[in-house]
Write a protein that binds this ligand. Structure first.
Ligand code: FNR
Length: 369
């Protein structure tokens, strides 16, 4: 169907599932076990209600912000999703081009189908890029990868901490890994491919399950990039992260793909901000809190921001957008967000991101399931 038929982010998913290979659909859409967390990521936002303010002259509204000190036209960044070429021949470059045209920040995946340098080469010199890191058992490979990224101008390192082993994504496992399209270019030497357990298992065997809090000082020592831990799910770990000296955390369950029945990021946000605040750690301009998982509307983003998130990550919608329509699809997704931000901020009575305060939401039902 023509791109003109797309009116919201959900629509990209419906198109993508019909145009991409079955194997790509299985890998992209799957989540772990019974996919309860995957569904909960959407449901949790429905338990947060708005408390809109009126008569505030909302003729001008501005949803631009900064993320880790870098300008972003939206309070949304493109989160890392692996293996873009399973669904589109240009893979992640579609994200890079659209991000460039619209002032959005892309987080490059360690397991991107396009090589790291290919993606950086496609970006404008002043375009902000972040890097998602899966830590290799061979720390020398990781050190070189991180330092190369820094030398090439990447602005932040998001270390994925919720994947000592990949979750069982059964839809994906049923599709035995065959062929290597999209996987061929997976980061040099990072992947040792096992072909009998689905795409996810096939590419992830290099990831080090021994990773621990003791490794954080080493990461801080090998790079000047800010380090953000991606995949925090409790106040306890948010406190440890702050005390370890990292510059931020992503409250995330990996799009429901890791521990099933883990809670949604938006629910975790409430306990995390309360615990950090109680210790005097936050609010703090040097420690930013991000949320991802299930964000499909500007209203979802605004709820997370009102509750204290600096920005939110979006994974599948951008992935499905480029699978369906290439770069143009991602641009359309960004445009949809823009239109939704304008309308929703007006109706909410928030003219700027700073005006999104906790009083604008009623989250009292968020933790009752
Ligand atoms: C992911 N995600 C992910 N995260 C990460 O740290 N490294 C990775 O390689 C991947 N790969 C990946 C592949 C696919 C197909 C999906 C759907 C997701 C997780 C991603 O960064 C993000 O946390 C979630 O996608 C957010 O949830 P939504 O927006 O997809 O609902």
């Amino acid at each position: 169907p023509s791109i003109d038929t797309i009116v919201n982010l959900h629509d990209f998913e419906n198109v993508a599932r019909h145009v991409i290979p079955e194997k790509a659909w299985a890998y992209y859409s799957s989540a772990s076990d019974d996919e309860i967390t995957l569904r909960e990521n959407r449901l949790a936002y429905q338990r947060v209600w708005f408390r809109p303010r009126i008569l505030r002259d909302v003729s001008q509204v501005d949803w631009s912000t900064t993320i880790l000190g870098h300008k972003s036209s939206l309070p949304v960044y493109i989160s890392a999703t692996a293996l873009g070429k399973l669904g589109h021949p240009d893979g992640e470059l579609c994200l890079t081009r659209a991000a460039q045209n619209h002032g959005v920040i892309q987080m490059i995946a360690t397991l991107a189908s396009c090589s790291f340098d290919e993606i950086v080469d496609a970006a404008k010199p002043d375009q902000t890029l972040f890097l998602q890191l899966y830590v290799n058992r061979d720390r020398e490979i990781t050190r070189k990868y991180v330092q190369h990224a820094e030398a090439r101008g990447v602005k932040a390192l998001f270390i994925t901490v919720d994947a000592p082993q990949l979750g069982r994504r059964e839809k994906d496992m049923r599709m035995k890994f065959v062929g290597d399209e999209g996987v061929a270019k997976v980061q040099d030497g990072q992947s040792d491919i096992k072909k009998d357990q689905g795409v996810a298992r096939a590419i992830s065997s290099f990831i080090d399950p021994s990773l621990s809090w003791k490794d954080i000082p080493w990461f801080l020592s090998i790079t000047k990039m800010p380090i953000i831990l991606k995949g925090i799910s409790t106040a306890e770990d948010a406190i440890l992260a702050y005390e370890a000296g990292v510059q931020g955390i992503v409250l995330s369950n990996h799009g429901g793909r890791q521990l099933d029945t883990a809670r949604s990021g938006i629910e975790v946000l409430v306990e995390v901000t309360a615990a950090l605040r109680a210790r005097g750690y936050w609010p703090n301009p040097n420690f930013e809190i991000f949320v991802d998982g299930g964000v499909r509307r500007a209203s979802d983003v605004l709820k997370a921001l009102a509750l204290g998130a600096k920005a939110v990550g979006v994974g599948r919608p951008f992935l499905y957008a480029f699978c369906a329509y290439g770069t143009e699809g991602v641009e359309k997704a960004i445009q949809i967000f823009r239109d939704e931000f304008e309308m929703t901020m007006r109706l909410l009575g928030a003219r700027t991101i700073d005006e999104l305060v906790p009083e604008m939401v009623d989250a009292s039902a968020l933790t009752s399931h």
